[in-house]
Design a protein around this ligand. Structure first.
Ligand code: NAP
Length: 300
């Protein structure tokens, strides 16, 4: 049997980059797409999902592939809200088109989705619950999920993720900097995350492919924390003063209302536990590492 070959769509982002490195280290055969035009590496293929995908040219450049992982996307919910048309092209239309182009030869399609397919009103929604997106980003994710599951039911894995943290996190890096120099920070007290490390996400993707698990799965931290909770904990981990943390309300900020999800972002992960027999690190552990030893979130 020939060696399997992965294709990562969008390998310069947080998860795509971590997955590319993880698979390479594991000695897997992998090619990937990038928006950087000047790369001279035959395993890196130029692809901009804003453009019409040209089937023949694309198939010729990727060659034989048996597993495709979609890590691409306009991932900032506010950008999707502001430019629904352009974000829909990148997040929905091009993804469905590419999946169609690759489907004939591909054994497995993995699509990374999000807890944004839910409105955040229910605790630990399960993979069987009806979706209820309240913003454009969530609607786009949910639309691709439905389309892929309808067309390739036994070959598609939809992995819904909560907030993923890697070694670099601009917001937390900024907070650390401010707290260490004695300055104030202004976290939202009404926005929540249940984070998971990127190193864990990529190992789950590989396991799902190894075991040919299809359908919808959830990967989530165990507990929600508000950004204000996180900021207070960060102050204590970094030896800063509590008074430096000055919580504010996202609902009173300039944020679009549809971006203010309710307080429940954590997902029910029972199917993942059952299929893979693994438990993600606790949200609290992940958060602490983000401030005291961020590189561990990348698995180093
Ligand atoms: N990170 C999270 O907390 C999280 C949570 C839930 C779900 N997800 C989902 O997981 C996937 C990966 O997330 P991520 O955090 O790694 O995202 P990210 O860091 O924002 O990376 C997105 C990737 O998509 C590429 N991309 C954006 N526009 C493109 C276009 N027009 N054509 C081709 N490629 C394009 C980016 O390329 P450039 O580098 O060139 O911009 C980048 O490689 C996304 O689908 C996201 O919705 C992520």
């Amino acid at each position: 049997m020939s060696k399997r070959r992965f294709l990562i769509i969008g390998s310069d982002g947080l998860i795509g980059f971590a997955l590319l490195n993880y698979l390479k280290k594991a000695n897997e055969s992998v090619i990937s797409t990038t928006r950087k035009k000047l790369i001279k590496d035959h395993t890196r293929i130029y692809l901009n999902l804003k453009d019409e995908v040209r089937e023949r040219k694309f198939l010729k450049s990727v060659g034989e592939v048996d597993t495709v992982v979609f890590c691409s996307g306009i991932t900032q919910a506010d950008k999707c809200e502001k430019d629904k048309f352009a974000s829909r092209m990148v997040n929905v239309e091009s993804v469905c088109k590419l999946a169609g182009i690759l489907a004939n030869n591909c054994r497995h399609i993995v699509f990374l989705s999000s807890n944004a397919v839910f409105d955040g009103s229910k605790e630990y929604p399960s993979h069987e619950d009806t979706v209820s997106p309240v913003n454009e980003y969530g609607r786009q994710k949910s639309e691709v999920e439905q389309e892929l599951l309808k067309l390739y039911p036994s070959r598609v894995t939809i992995l819904r993720l909560t907030k993923v943290l890697g070694a670099r996190n601009p917001l937390f890096d900024d907070w650390s900097h401010m707290l260490k120099k004695g300055a104030s920070i202004y976290p939202f007290s009404d926005m929540y995350i249940a984070p998971i490390p990127v190193s864990f996400v990529v190992s789950v993707i590989r396991l799902l492919v190894d075991r040919s698990v299809s359908g919808i799965l959830h990967l989530s931290g165990d507990q929600d924390f508000s950004y204000a909770d996180i900021a207070f904990m960060a102050a204590s981990w970094l030896g800063a003063k509590k008074v430096q943390v000055k919580p504010i309300l996202a609902s009173e900020s300039h944020l679009h209302r549809s971006l203010l999800r309710q307080s429940k972002t954590a997902l029910d992960i029972s199917r993942l536990q059952c299929e893979l027999g693994i438990i993600p690190p606790k949200s609290l552990w992940t958060l602490q590492q983000a401030f005291v030893c961020p590189s561990i979130l990348n698995g180093v």
